[in-house]
Design a protein around this ligand. Structure first.
Ligand code: ADP
Length: 652
């Protein structure tokens, strides 16, 4: 009964190009039903390229017309997020051609892309001499159907990483599963992220060259004051012994242990909030996260059959090289969907949970509504899992709860998908859930200054790039944690800065962005590129002499492996090979660390710390682990580890 998987949606996207475009002869011969022979619908026959701005750049569509109808729409170029934007490309052009109308509802979860497609077609209509207003006035509205009622052992709300991990585990445990997802595609913020999954994996890491500065960082741990580590003290003690053993041997390869990941997660999150209170993650939750991460990564790959990537990555603020990846991000959703569907599972897209059904104090189901208004009632024999993601796209809510940032600029952008509105908070509250850490939000310091998108195309690795402000000066240790980088960035002119890379560095990201994609971003003004440092300074708008001096000085720090200005400890490449790049960056809301309180069994707790019968939660909707600052790469580990636990337990 699943409506459409990402694979199917992508297939449809190709088909729109082929079917609608190539089928234009039959479409026009068949005189589309909604095309009256009024002059309002007259066109200059031919093909026209219409463009409009999408989320990540221009969308260009080739639209073909005969004398009185739009006969085909083909996607010429677009940079929208794969997976998430697919339903818009799959559905909107087909609906336009079928109905000869532009008064079409946007697709849930890809509103910006939907509107851009409609605008690009309107642009082409104008060029063909058609009447855009008349087409917009033709409304195509979906009609609500009759109540849909279904029953499964486990009902999961939200089809991001946590939801799909939970669904995989529940299906594996033999439960029947229904996943509801409010947008038209699975993925959520998980798919929009870099999908790096932190896991200490000494076997794999010991084959990889040590990152620069590794030995210095580890030596500093030996001086950590054990008295400041509370429950984590025994773990720190063990870690110190592990480090001593490592330093006594060959230090040319990566070091890592579960204990080191645990201590980094704890210290990475332990902070002081804006009122001077200490915030820190829960011992039980952090130790579970770090000790089960690798096993969960391997379980997910083995269960679904997805291909693992053979390299590790270190996303911004990860502080270590332990980010595991998959060969293709969308496979995470396609493969888990296939597994779940094979095992008595079903995915319902465009289905938004609105209310939990609570019977005698136990959560027994969900009331939902489909995008077309059709009501849905789902009964859960065993449990309901809330996996609705965070509230990063709800900036009012972020501001209302904030206890961490001195101020959150009104114009702040977000890297989050639009559906990250915190629906699960209201659902949890309805059942009496306790909320934790709601005021702790993570900013992505390096979001693209203009689009707010995750600007990882040229953010090579912290040991390589350097950041300069609008005056062309460095202002921070680029390898610092995300909140440190954000606090520093917010103090710069306009709260923005530039990540500087050279061509050799650019080559190192080409598994994520090809040279063509980088150049396309340059063309759209999202990244600056120049043949000399002076010319790059002019594009930034800073004094060329000051900028060149900054780069020269930085290069000497790379040579000397020491940064007397900001204490950077990891260095690898100098900025020396033309062309040079500057990525304009600005902090944007990225992750909400607070949410429903759960225990290590992923049961949602009430204010007295008692599990609410029948209710589980996992992923960004929960709080209690990351405290003031989440390490880059820890979100994916969190959502899959706790998603798996929620699915397994709800299936019992
Ligand atoms: P996580 O990383 O915790 O899995 P994601 O953001 O990746 O979070 O995924 C959460 C998913 O939940 C998104 O795809 C989002 O559209 C979906 N979602 C949010 N609110 C609802 C709701 N009320 N009903 C159904 N799905 C929802």
């Amino acid at each position: 009964m699943r409506k459409r998987s990402i694979t199917t949606a992508m297939l449809c996207m190709t088909l729109v190009g082929t079917m609608v475009g190539c089928g234009s002869a039959s479409q026009s011969a068949a005189a589309p039903s909604g095309a009256p022979e009024s002059p309002a619908f007259a066109y200059q026959a031919g093909s026209y390229t219409g463009t409009a701005k999408g989320n990540n750049g221009d969308i260009a569509l080739e639209v073909t017309f005969d004398g009185n109808a739009i006969t085909g729409i083909t996607v010429k170029s677009q940079q929208e997020t794969p997976g998430i934007s697919d339903p818009a490309f799959a559905k909107i052009p087909v609906t336009i051609v079928e109905n000869q109308a532009l008064g079409i509802d946007t697709i849930a979860g890809c509103t910006v892309t939907s509107n851009a497609i409609l605008a690009a077609v309107a642009d082409a209509v104008k060029q063909a001499g058609g009447n855009v207003d008349a087409l917009k006035a033709k409304a195509v509205t979906a009609k609500a159907g009759n109540l849909i009622e279904k029953t499964a052992d486990v009902v999961i709300i939200g089809g991001g990483g946590a939801g799909m991990s939970a669904a995989t585990a529940a299906a594996q445990a033999g439960a029947s599963v229904i996943i509801i997802e409010k947008t038209a595609a699975l993925g959520g913020n998980t798919l929009a992220s870099g999908l790096a999954w932190n896991a200490a994996d000494p076997e794999m890491q010991s084959k990889m060259d040590a990152i620069p500065g590794q030995v210095e960082t580890l030596k500093a741990v030996l001086d950590y004051n054990e008295a400041e580590f509370g429950d984590f003290t025994p773990i720190l003690k063990t870690l110190k012994e592990q480090i001593k053993t490592y330093l006594a041997g060959d230090t040319s390869k990566m070091f890592d242990t579960v204990e080191w990941h645990t201590i980094q997660t704890y210290t990475g999150g332990k902070r002081t909030d804006a009122k001077g209170n200490t915030v820190e993650g829960s011992y039980d939750m952090i130790t579970k996260l770090c000790s089960e991460s690798l096993d969960t990564y391997q379980w997910f790959a083995e269960t679904t059959g997805i291909t693992k990537a053979d390299k590790l990555s270190s996303p911004v603020g990860s502080l270590w090289l332990r980010g595991h990846n998959f060969a293709k991000k969308t496979d995470v959703f396609d493969y888990s969907t296939k597994f779940v569907e094979k095992n008595a599972g079903e995915v319902m897209l465009e289905t938004k949970a609105e209310e939990l059904i609570i019977t005698d104090g136990r959560v027994t189901g969900v009331k939902a509504i489909k995008t077309d208004g059709t009501p849905v009632t789902l009964t859960a024999n065993k449990g309901v899992i809330v996996a609705t993601g965070g509230f990063g796209a709800n900036s009012d809510m972020v501001r209302e709860y904030n206890i961490y940032w001195p101020t959150i600029p009104d114009a702040i952008k977000t890297t989050c998908v639009a559906s990250a509105t915190g629906d699960g908070i209201a659902l949890g509250l309805q059942a009496g859930a306790n909320l934790v850490d709601m005021g702790l939000t993570q900013m992505m310091p390096t979001a693209n200054a203009f689009s707010g998108a995750l600007a990882d195309a040229l953010l090579v690795a912290p040991q390589n790039y350097l950041f300069v402000n609008k005056q062309g000066n460095r202002f921070v240790d680029e390898t610092a944690a995300r909140d440190t980088l954000t606090f520093a960035a917010l103090k710069q002119t306009d709260g923005m800065f530039y990540a500087i890379d050279d061509q050799e560095m650019a080559k190192t990201v080409q598994n994520r962005a090809t040279q063509e994609q980088i150049d396309a971003m340059v063309e759209k003004g999202l990244i600056y590129k120049a043949d000399t440092l002076e010319a790059l300074a002019e594009k930034i708008g800073c004094d060329p002499a000051a900028f060149v001096e900054t780069i020269k000085t930085y290069n000497t720090y790379v040579d000397n492996n020491a940064d007397p200005d900001f204490g950077k400890k990891m260095f690898q490449m100098k900025v020396e090979t033309a062309p040079f790049y500057a990525c304009p960056a600005k902090p944007a809301v990225h992750h909400t660390m607070g949410g429903l309180q759960i225990n290590t069994e992923a049961q949602v707790l009430n204010a007295s710390g008692t599990p609410i019968p029948g209710l589980y939660a996992a992923g960004e909707i929960t709080g209690g682990i990351h405290a003031g600052n989440r390490l880059g790469g820890n979100a994916i580990a969190d959502i899959f580890v706790f998603g798996r636990t929620a699915g397994t337990n709800a299936a019992k």
